[in-house]
Design a protein. Sequence first.
Lengths: 294, 454
Amino acid sequence: MKKIILLMAAMALVSSVAFAAELEYLQVYTPKDGMTADEIMQIEYFVKYTKFARDIELLGKAYLIDKSGAVRERETLRRRITLGRKSDDIAYKDLVMFTGPTQVKGLATLAWTYMNSKRQQNSWLWVPSLKKIRKISAANADDSFMGSDFTVEDILTRRFEDETYTLLREESFKGYLCEFDKKTYFKDAPCFVIESKPTRSPWYYSKRILWVDKNTGGGIYEEMYDPLGRMFKTIFKDFQIYNVNGKEYATQVLLEGRDLRTGHRTVIINSDIKFDQDLSEDLFTEMALMQSRW
Amino acid sequence: MKRYALVLLLFLLYGYTYAAERISLSGYIKNETSIRIKDFNNDLTKAKNIVELAGEYKIKDDDLVFFAKVKYWYDAMYDSREEYDSGQHYQGHIQRTDWVRDCYIDYTRNPWFLRLGKQQVAWGQADGIPILDRVNPFDLTEYWLQDFVDMRIPLWMANINYSPKLNSNLQLLIIPDFEQSTAAYPYSPFVFYSTTRFENWRKAQTNVDLNIYYPEKKFENSTFGLQWSDRIGDLNYTLNFLSGYYYSVRNYTIFVSPGNWRVNRSFKRWKMYGTSMNKTFTNPGPLQGITLRGDFAYYDDEPMYWGDPVIASSSGIKRLDNIFWLMGLDKYVVTNWLVSFQYAQYILQNSKPGATTPQKNYFFNPYTYGPQDPLEHIFSLKISTDFMNERLKPELLWSFTDDNQGRLSPKLTYEMKDNLWLTLGIHYFYGNLWDSNGQFRDQSQFYTQVKYTF
């Protein structure tokens, strides 16, 4: 009997891995009832990194709000091209160009992310004060992303393989009251609730409790817990469906991160989102960075 | 009539809206103040006010774009301190056409990219040490303390790029314009010791007839540059070539009669062959996360003075084939602490320890006319991090050589608001008077910068 259970468990694991392997780039996936936590999270990551779309371009505006309510802003133009190319192992390339405020205007980073999850990103930085490109080491995953309350891995580098997952329950989301626009989002949205534990230990968080929206596959809300088990951060993401050439792309349009220890908040609003414009890969090269005028 | 006026108004409004979408403007005003640390008694060494305005106009989307940047500054210190009066004319405000920092047109049509106009081009991977970064001359009136974007003197040039395949690029530079690198004038805080020594000698003479011969304005006197960039696996590399006039002037002194001299200043042609590389170790292993950077340059016919450094008496100029190379390592340690280390060697032609030991037969350090080591070891260490959601950014830079001379520069930048930034810092110099940094050992300073952007 034990053997049969073991065999079934092994088969389940194999099928889960097989599912992971089957997630083809440039396809649209949504989670279904009955899926395992791993299968749901594969889709969640797929949606997070817009691997369903060949390319995306958007304007981002970040509001960094401290405890006293003082606000700093950052404006960016972001582009991503999805490649999923086995020949050079490149999954996708990201370009983030700061367009405001003036002090950081022109600063741009180019990052190549590899399909091999063990590899770090390759990154380049255009430094306006030097007027040159600097090859930079990949930022540490637990470093702040652009001074926000999100870490680099929250936004850019966390992979499916970096955590283990347990499906806690399925429930209707109670709704999220966004402090920024005072709107309530995703009230009663059907969700999978998943506990994610980092494989890396010790790490700055011990677990995340993540609500994955059944309709979009997006991780709409998460609570992060420190190594002592105390909740220290919450992240909310509003997803909207974009209809592109008959395909439905789930896209992050608003993110709100709250650091419960410092009272600092970050809101990122994505606008002018354009998919599948057939962006040239030439835009994601050192040469493109070098052409910066600012 | 009213109808025509309305149509005209609508047309103008449309034109304005149309243009507004294509125009982007920004700028800043900034105050830089520094106080000498030695004899700390309101010894002001800089009270510089800067205004800079930049704008781009997209003539045809991103394919054809005009960009310009202008800058003006005034340093009130020269007007407020008598001992610096003599330097006021040259260092109190921006000189000649230096106020045009950028003025060019970009034309993009894959695989071509052209940038035509006044601009600066930076080559190489070194941080703060210009090994391959020799396309533009430098403004060293504040030694190497300014940002490189402010130190490079822009030149009118054709910057032609052709990308035959993804991630590769061939760059051709044709630079008919010529400007010389500028050093601080006598009676200013960062005047080179070599300048002071020359001035002292000049004052001791009855008459010194000083003549400067700039390169004649003709095409063959242009500077030409060529750079090939490509990747091999994860390694980015460039191959570089530059041929043109050396931007630092060289004196040729002629004895006329006792106390009377003629000094002819001219510029020599030289060539630079070089290569640069960078690589980040992305695969798992002990090196993962480390970025390796390197520059290598072979200076062909670099003009150097030689003679007796004790009395700064030059015996003439020799053309040497020198080597300058650097390796740098960067790594983030403990979340957001970036450690960056560089090691460089500047090797004079055929040099070996003792090769220039006979008195009166040294090559000169161009900054001081002190003796130039035949083999100079240069180090730099930079540690930077941030706090308060990147609002507070401390940084420490220590650059030094094997001659126990160097500079220690801690600084703290604080973002008060989106458009208001405050920087506090210290430049501490140490070493021998004959050494590049040591010559400013009495000029160590505490400084503040307040920048308002718009």
